[in-house]
Write a protein that binds this ligand. Structure first.
Ligand SMILES: [Zn+2]
Ligand SMILES: [Zn+2]
Length: 204
């Protein structure tokens, strides 16, 4: 029989979860089914796989710090977190590299059993914060990051960064709109209409 390379997901999570722990994983066995209990934990994560939008994101291997608060409720574990990280990207105007601080908070209930009201569940004896952290960070990132608010971008003619070249200008080019109007003038000159003299038409 050919062994399938794809293992069923349920087997993977129940057998391997104790061996493969992502840096976003937090054990909660001491809080489970003990409503009222609370614990705090600091996570220092070396981001194993970067994420972000098309122009800016948290890079693979970068440092992320998460202050986590875990509270035991009847339905599950309420996890609150404060994320501190740095996002790397590019200024959309002048294309230099930019680094933006990421400061974002989240709060999610990890239910003990599957419940349509909650997006996340406690796995065995731990919670995996990775999807929550990822969503919170990605939602906080700008779609149009700039190196500074008044970035002037690049010169449309030669491409130099205008903030680095104050007073930069070129010989005034012919404005394409005027060029078009000049063309219209020529057109008017060439379209001449023959004057019609009604008086000269057959009089007799
Ligand atoms: Zn810029
Ligand atoms: Zn220029």
């Amino acid at each position: 029989m050919v062994r399938s390379a794809i293992r069923p997901r349920s087997v993977e999570s129940s057998l391997v979860s104790h061996l493969i722990q992502s840096p976003y994983t937090v054990a909660v066995y001491d809080l489970m089914h003990r409503p009222g209990e609370m614990r705090e934990k600091d996570l220092d994560v070396v981001v194993p796989e970067g994420f972000g939008n098309a122009v800016i994101g948290v890079a693979t291997g970068s440092q992320m710090h998460i202050d986590v608060r875990l509270e035991s409720l009847h339905d599950g574990i309420l996890v609150s977190g404060k994320i501190r990280a740095t996002a790397d990207g590019e200024c959309v105007r002048c294309l230099i590299e930019v680094q933006l601080p990421v400061r974002v908070e989240f709060q999610e209930l990890f239910a003990y059993s599957f419940d349509e009201a909650f997006d996340y569940t406690v796995h065995d004896d731990h919670v995996d914060l990775e999807p929550v952290v990822r969503d919170a960070v990605v939602l906080s990132l700008p779609f149009q990051p700039v190196c500074q608010e008044d970035c002037l971008g690049l010169c449309p003619e030669c491409g130099v960064r205008l903030l680095d070249n104050p007073g930069h200008e070129h010989e005034a080019p012919v404005d394409p709109r005027w060029a078009a109007l000049a063309g219209l003038d020529n057109l008017n000159d060439t379209i001449t209409t023959d004057p019609v003299d009604f008086d000269t038409e057959e009089k007799s």
